[in-house]
Write a new protein. Structure first.
Length: 530
């Protein structure tokens, strides 16, 4: 797993101080990383070795622009470089000889800007850019960095629209895509993974994220992040230090069967409740069977319409929770939590080796709150909740949970919206912490373009999911996978990490842009991640 940070500017500032790094050196190293990356991409293109790439670097007035000017200087002679200056850096108090001698964002960028002018690097104007934008092999976004807030000015928006319209090139964002309006093929993040990358809007903008070092080893740079986090914790700030982690393929713990003396009971029994939309429950149960559950049963509720479906003989059907069930799944295809179903689960659940997955229809049911509260009272309970964003909003309103703990709760959760959750990873984390505090011991899986897994202590981000999953039934597959792992004895957190990443990788292996990925096909390719 990789650590993800919400305060990259503070970490860079602390690293400079802790390791005695001059202000200009990190900018130089950032430019060197981008220069090397562009060179490596160009060398792999099917082109004559003597041909130089045409590179456009669009620069703003701050540190991000300074990185761009330094990059232009390093590419001079290796590439045909053009600079576009959106806004000149502020005046510098450096000496007239142009040496580095001061600190401050504008000063560093201004010195790099002056060097580019003295070196004779060409600056292109907007009219000329309109005429020649299609000629560039690389377009580099160095306009605004992590400190950008608010709306883009019309001139900047026009420029970014122009740069995005050029399709026959490679677009690279320096540190972070400007306002997430620039659509990058690659984002070269300086020093660390940044939490800002993992909003839903950012997923469309960042492309492949590559973390580059700034002249010191990454673990040393991140140690500065630990120190910043520890100081925040000591000052009682609400954000936990270094508590967000990016899940990777190597973090998956598949239920590979190594016990040669095993039998079907070794791998647990998953019971999936079938409600008024029983097709969803069938998908979930089928996924559980295909992800290692030793036995899988569909439990009929009064509203069930299982008789309308042709079922696989591998799936058993029961009117009650089978005696040796180790995990129940409730929510796929169930829009109403009846008193009978709630009593059945409460009577079966004793926390000793028992687990539960709650999905979909449960998050709008008032009757669900007392049931969940009761189950969470068992110290060894393993419970996973899997809402998508709208379901999470409904659940928060039911519980009177707000994004800010200090906001007086009036039972409406009025400050929680799908838009806020989609655009703000911080809001997701704050809500998750509140929910985990309200229901101790649960693991919350927030399904979206990037899936967030929260246990109240840390947040784990699954970013490998693809848009091919945007189809009814995909979430039912995930709930069945979670149920299967819990039935086999996984902890709630390990089950969530393995199921969510496996679900994402299977879809990606089928094709991120595929429009024909169905739940049945997704279940069939779960073994592709091995």
């Amino acid at each position: 797993m990789q650590r993800v940070y919400s305060n990259p500017t503070e970490i860079e500032r602390y690293a400079k101080k802790a390791f005695g790094i001059p202000d200009f050196l990190m900018m130089e190293n950032a430019a060197s990383c981008m220069c090397d990356f562009i060179s490596s991409l160009w060398q792999h293109k099917d082109t004559e070795s003597s041909q130089k790439p045409k590179v456009l670097i669009a620069c703003g007035k701050g540190n991000n622009g300074g990185d761009g000017y330094a990059l232009a200087r390093k590419l001079q002679g290796k590439a045909d470089v053009s600079l576009f200056c959106l806004e000149e850096p502020g005046t510098t108090s450096a000496g007239t000889d142009g040496t580095f001698g001061t600190t401050g964002t504008a000063t560093e960028a201004a010195v790099q800007f002056e060097m580019c002018k003295k070196l004779g690097l060409p600056f292109i104007q907007i009219k000329e850019l309109h005429q020649n934008v299609d000629s560039f092999n690389f377009i580099i976004d160095c306009l605004y960095g992590t400190g950008f807030r608010g709306e883009l000015k019309p001139q900047a928006a026009e420029l970014i629209n122009l740069l995005n319209a050029q399709t026959d090139c490679i677009r690279i964002a320096c540190d972070i895509p400007t306002a997430f309006a620039f659509k990058a093929d690659y984002t070269i993040s300086m020093g660390t993974q940044k939490l800002a990358f993992y909003s839903d809007e950012a997923k469309q903008a960042c492309g492949k994220i590559i973390v580059a070092d700034l002249g010191i080893a990454r673990e040393k740079f991140e140690s500065a992040g630990e120190q910043v986090g520890a100081e925040k914790e000591a000052s009682c700030e609400s954000t936990k230090p270094f508590s967000v982690l990016l899940v990777e393929k190597d973090d998956v713990k598949l239920p590979v069967r190594k016990n040669k003396a095993a039998h079907k009971g070794t791998y647990g029994h998953t019971a999936v409740f079938a409600g008024n939309k029983s097709g969803a429950a069938i998908i979930s149960a089928t996924a559980a069977m295909n992800f290692g559950s030793g036995l899988t049963t569909l439990v009929k509720q009064p509203s069930s319409n299982l008789e309308q479906f042709k079922l696989s003989p591998e799936l058993m059907i029961s009117d009650t929770i089978p005696r040796k069930t180790t995990c129940v799944v409730l929510g796929p295809g169930t829009e109403l939590l009846t008193k009978e179903t709630a009593c059945a689960i409460e009577g079966w659940f004793d926390g000793e080796g028992k687990a539960a997955v709650f999905d979909a229809g449960m998050f709008g049911q008032e009757e669900f709150i007392p049931l969940l509260t009761k189950l969470c009272s068992y110290p060894d309970a393993r419970i996973v909740l899997t809402p998508h964003l709208l379901e999470l909003v409904r659940f928060c309103k039911l519980c009177g949970i707000t994004a800010e703990p200090s906001v007086q709760r009036d039972g409406t959760g009025a400050n929680v919206t799908v838009q806020a959750l989609s655009s703000s990873p911080e809001t997701k984390i704050k809500l998750a912490e509140q929910i985990c505090k309200r229901f101790p011991g649960i693991v919350l899986v927030i399904k979206s373009a990037n899936t967030f897994i929260c246990d109240g202590e840390k947040t784990y981000i699954v970013a490998d999911g693809a848009q091919s999953l945007a189809k009814g039934g995909s979430g039912d597959v995930l709930s069945g996978m979670l149920g299967a792992l819990l039935a086999q004895g996984y902890s709630a957190l390990d089950a969530a990490i393995t199921a969510c990443e496996s679900h994402a990788l299977a879809a990606t292996s089928y094709g991120p842009e595929a429009f024909d990925l169905t739940p049945e096909k997704l279940i069939a390719i779960l073994n592709r991640i091995i």
